[in-house]
Design a protein around this ligand. Structure first.
Ligand SMILES: NC(=O)c1ccc[n+]([C@@H]2O[C@H](COP(=O)([O-])OP(=O)(O)OC[C@H]3O[C@@H](n4cnc5c(N)ncnc54)[C@H](O)[C@@H]3O)[C@@H](O)[C@H]2O)c1
Ligand SMILES: O=c1ccn([C@@H]2O[C@H](COP(=O)(O)OP(=O)(O)O[C@H]3O[C@H](CO)[C@H](O)[C@H](O)[C@H]3O)[C@@H](O)[C@H]2O)c(=O)[nH]1
Length: 342
C-alpha cells in the first residue's frame, strides 16, 4: 500500500476498537503510523484486543462529555465508527435496542463530531441494507430495502451522515461490508466473541472441538449446490480499505463516498466447509438443517466502485488463507481465554 504523507496523518478515534473489526482497523492504522485512540464500552469487546500504547477510553459513543474530552486530549480529526450491535435475529426480537445503539447513538456521535470540529467519518454499514436480492452481484445504486431492523438501523445512520455532510463541515465514507472473516495473519487479533454465529468462526470452533457438528442451514436455495452463497472478505483487507478510504476523505474534503467492500465472488456453505476440511486436514462434522430464518440465498458484491475509487489491492482473498488465519486465531484465543478474564 502506498504511503500517505506523514504530515497528513491526522489523529483518529476508533469507536468499537476493542471489537473484532475495529481492533484490526487499529492495527492497520498503527502499522502505518497514524495516531490512533479507541473508545469502547466493552459490551461485546475486549480490553486486551486494543494494542499496547493506544490510548483507550472505556465509555459510550453517546457520552458527549467524554467525547469532548477525547477530542481535546487527542486532537481528533477523524472517526472510524465501528461501535454497534450486530446480531440480526436479536434486532428482530428487540428492535428498540438496535435503533438506540446503531441509529440514535450514532446520531449523538455525529453531533459531537460536528460540534467538536471533527472533519471526517467512516461508518461500518452492511450488505444487509440491500434486503432480499437475487443472485446477481450487488452494486451500490440498487434499491435499498433492508428486511430487518439491523439493516434499517444502519441505513438510517447512512442517511444521517449524508444529510450532515451536506449541512456541515464533515465528509464521510459509508463502507458496506459483505461477510467478514479471518484474523490478523500475525494472530495479533481475531474474532473473539462468545457464541458467534458466523459460518467460518463456527466451523473453526467445531474443528477444534469447541462445539459439535456445523449445521448447514438449508440446501434448497436457488444456488448451484442449494446452499447459501456469500462473499467472504478477510478482515485485514477490510481494515486496509478503511485506511485508504480515510486517505481519500482527507485528500478530497468536499467528497463523500459509499462503497461495497467485498471481493466480488461467492462461495456456498458447502464450498466453505470443504475448504475448512482441507485446511484442518480432516473432515469437520456437518449436519443438514432447515433454513435459518431471515437468510437470503446469495450476497455477492459488485466491487467495481471501490476498485475504481481507492488503490485497494486485496492481499488475503484466498479462501483457504482466510480459514487458516481464523483457525490460527481460534487456537491462540483458547490460550488467551485461559490466561485472562477478558
Ligand atoms: N462482523 C460482520 O460480519 C459485519 C458485517 C457488516 C457490518 N459489520 C459492522 O461492523 C461493526 C463492527 O462489528 P464487529 O463484528 O467488529 O462487532 P463487535 O461486537 O466485535 O464490535 C463492536 C464493538 O463496539 C462496542 N460497542 C457497542 N456498542 C457501543 C456503544 N454504544 N458505545 C461504545 N462501544 C460500543 C463493543 O463493545 C465492541 O467492542 C459493527 O458496526 C457492525 O454492524 C459487521
Ligand atoms: O452455522 C452456520 C452459520 C451460517 N450458515 C450459513 O452460512 C452463510 C453465512 O452466514 P453467516 O451467519 O456467516 O453470515 P450472514 O450472511 O448471515 O451475515 C453476515 O454478513 C452480512 C453481510 O453479508 C451482515 O453483515 C451480517 O450482519 C453478518 O452477520 C449463510 O448462508 C448461512 O445460512 C450455516 O449454514 N451454518
Amino acid at each position: 500500500m502506498e504511503q500517505f504523507g506523514e504530515e497528513t496523518k491526522v489523529p483518529v478515534l476508533v469507536t468499537g476498537g476493542a471489537g473484532y473489526i475495529g481492533s484490526h482497523a487499529v492495527l492497520a492504522l498503527q502499522d502505518r503510523g497514524w495516531p490512533v485512540a479507541v473508545i469502547d464500552s466493552l459490551v461485546t469487546g475486549f480490553r486486551w484486543a486494543v494494542p499496547d500504547g493506544v490510548p483507550f477510553y472505556k465509555g459510550d459513543i453517546a457520552d458527549t462529555e467524554l467525547l469532548a474530552r477525547i477530542f481535546a486530549e487527542q486532537g481528533t480529526q477523524a472517526i472510524l465508527h465501528f461501535a454497534g450491535s450486530i446480531i440480526v435475529p436479536e434486532s428482530v426480537s428487540d428492535p428498540l435496542k438496535y435503533y438506540e445503539n446503531n441509529t440514535a447513538k450514532s446520531r449523538d456521535l455525529i453531533a459531537a463530531a460536528v460540534s467538536g470540529g471533527v472533519r471526517h467519518m467512516i461508518f461500518s454499514s452492511t450488505a444487509t441494507v440491500y434486503g432480499e436480492p437475487g443472485l446477481e452481484p450487488l452494486a451500490e445504486d440498487r434499491p435499498l430495502l433492508p428486511v430487518n431492523p439491523y439493516g434499517m438501523s444502519k441505513l438510517m445512520t447512512e442517511r444521517i451522515l449524508a444529510d450532515c455532510s451536506q449541512a456541515y463541515d464533515l465528509n464521510h465514507c459509508v463502507l458496506r461490508y459483505f461477510n467478514v472473516a479471518g484474523a490478523d495473519p500475525d494472530a495479533r487479533s481475531g474474532q473473539s466473541s462468545v457464541g458467534a454465529t458466523h459460518l467460518i468462526k463456527v466451523a473453526v470452533e467445531a474443528a477444534l472441538g469447541k462445539r459439535g457438528a456445523v449445521g448447514v442451514f438449508g440446501d434448497d436455495y436457488p444456488t448451484p449446490d442449494g446452499t447459501g452463497v456469500r462473499d467472504y472478505i478477510h478482515v485485514s483487507d477490510l481494515a486496509d480499505a478503511h485506511v485508504l478510504a480515510l486517505e481519500a476523505l482527507i485528500s478530497e474534503p468536499e467528497r463523500s463516498l459509499t462503497m461495497n467492500v467485498g471481493y466480488g465472488r461467492g462461495f456456498s456453505v458447502l464450498e466453505v466447509l470443504d475448504a475448512v476440511d482441507k485446511v484442518v486436514g480432516q473432515p469437520v462434522p456437518r449436519v443438514m438443517e432447515a433454513r435459518r430464518a431471515g437468510d437470503v440465498p446469495s450476497l455477492v458484491s459488485d466491487n467495481s466502485r471501490i476498485m475504481a475509487t481507492l488503490p485497494w489491492q486485496p492481499r488475503h482473498a484466498d479462501l483457504a488463507g482466510i480459514i487458516g488465519d481464523a483457525l490460527q486465531w481460534e487456537k491462540r484465543l483458547t490460550g488467551l481465554r485461559n490466561s485472562t478474564e477478558g
